[in-house]
Design a protein around this ligand. Sequence first.
Ligand code: ADP
Length: 462
Amino acid sequence: MMKKKINILIIASVAALITLSTIQYYLISNTFQLKKDTFIKEVKSQLKFIEVNERLESLDDSYNELITDVLENYHNGVLPKEKLLAKVKTFNDSLNEKFETYFKNTLKEKSFPYVVNFQEQIVSAVILHPAGNDTILSPKSKGILLFGSTLDPKTRIDFNANQWSSNSLSEDDNNMLEANRSLHFEIRSNSYIDIPEWRSEVLRQMTGLLFLSVISILTVILLFIYALSSFIRQKKVADIKTDFINNITHELKTPLATLSVATKTMQKETVLTDSKLLSATVQTVDRQRSRLQNLIDQVLNNSLGFKDITLKTETVSSKELLHNLVIDFKLTNTEIQITTEFEKNDTTLVIDKFHMTTALLNVLDNAVKYGGKSIMVSSKKDGNNFQVAIQDDGIGIARGKQEKVFEKFYRVGNTDIHTTKGLGLGLYYVRQIVKAHRGIVDLESKVGEGTKIYINIPIQGA
Ligand code: ADP
C-alpha cells in the first residue's frame, strides 16, 4: 500500500521533471535560434562594406574591362571557351589578392571582434543574344571563385546575391557604351560568409540563462530527492516505533502476568503459613521486578547515543573479565556448552567494566536466544587492538540483514515476536558501548550455520 503510494509519487515527479526539462530545452533552443539570427544580422550589417557599391572602385573597374574584353573576343570567335574561363580564373586570382588585403585591412580598421571569412562565387554567366543565349558558365557548374576563399557549404551563411548585366556596366562608362552596344551579357554571383566562432559567441551571450536554468533544474531534482528520502525515512521511523511499541507491550505483559499470579498465590492463607512456598513466591516476584527493571534500563540506556555515554573507565585484566563473564553465564545457562580460547598473555584493558560486561552478555544472550547450542568465546591481541569473538551455531543472519541488526529497534523477522522476545536494542547497545570505547563491532554469519560477533577495542597506553 505504502510502496504503491511512493511509486506513484516517484512516477508523477519524474514525469513532471521530464516535462519541465523538455519545456526548458524548447525555450532555450528557441532563444538560441533567436540570438543566432540577431548575431548574424548584426555581423552582416557590419560587413556591408564588401558589397559591390562600396567595394574598391579600382577592383570593379578592372573587372568590367576584362570581362567586356574577353567576352567580346569569345563572341567574335577569337577566344575558345576554355581559354576564356582560364583567363577569367587567372585574373580573378590576381584581383582576389587585392581584395583580401582590402578586406583584412577594413576589418582591422573597424576592429571587428570575430574571424570572418568571405566567398564570392560567380555562379553563372550568359551572353544574351536575339538568336539564342550562349551559356558560358551554367548555374549547375561549380562556379568560379571571385573573391575571398572557398568556404565549406555546410557552415557558410548566405550573404548576398549579385547580378551584373552589360546594361548596368555600360551605364557608368560612356566609352564602353559605344563599344559594347552589340554585346549583352548577364553574370550572377553569390556571396557567403563564415564566422567560425558564431556558436561560441552566441553561447557566451546565453551563459547566464543556461546557468540559471541548469541550476533551477538541479535544485528541483535535489529538492525532490530530499523530500522523497525524508518521507521514506519518516515512514521507517514510524514503522520502527510501531514495532517497538508492539515488542515492549509484549515484553511487559509476561512479567506482569507472572506477578499477578504470584500476588494471587500470596493472598491464599495456605501460602502465608508455608514459609518455604512464601519465600519461593517472593523470589519469583523479585525476579519479575528485576526483569521489569532491566527492560526499563534498556530503554533508558538506549535513548542515549554513544557520544552521550560517559564511561567510568578502570584498568581491568582481560583474563579476569572474560573468565568471570563465562562463569556467570554458565550458571544461568546450564544446558549450553561453552568453550573458550583465550590469549595466553593477560592484557590490561582500560574500559568501563559494567557497560562492557553488559554488552558482552547481550551478545551471549543473543547466541542462546537465536538457536545456539554450543558457544565459543575467544580473545586475541593484535597490536593495539584487543579482540573478543563470540561464535554460536544458531540460526544465523541473512547477508542483507547483517548490517541492520546493529540499528536501534531492528529485529530480524519482526512478525514472529512470540518465538523470541526482544526489543531490538541488544546489539544497538553493544555497538554504542563499543563505539564509546573507540572500538568496532563486526559480524560474520551464515544462515543455518551460526553467527560470529567480533568486538574490537583499542588497548589504551600500549
Ligand atoms: P533483540 O534480540 O532484542 O531482538 P538485538 O539488537 O539483540 O535485538 O538483535 C537484533 C536482531 O539481530 C535480532 O532480532 C535477531 O534477529 C538478530 N540476531 C542477533 N544476534 C543473533 C544471533 N546470535 N544469531 C542470529 N540472529 C541474531
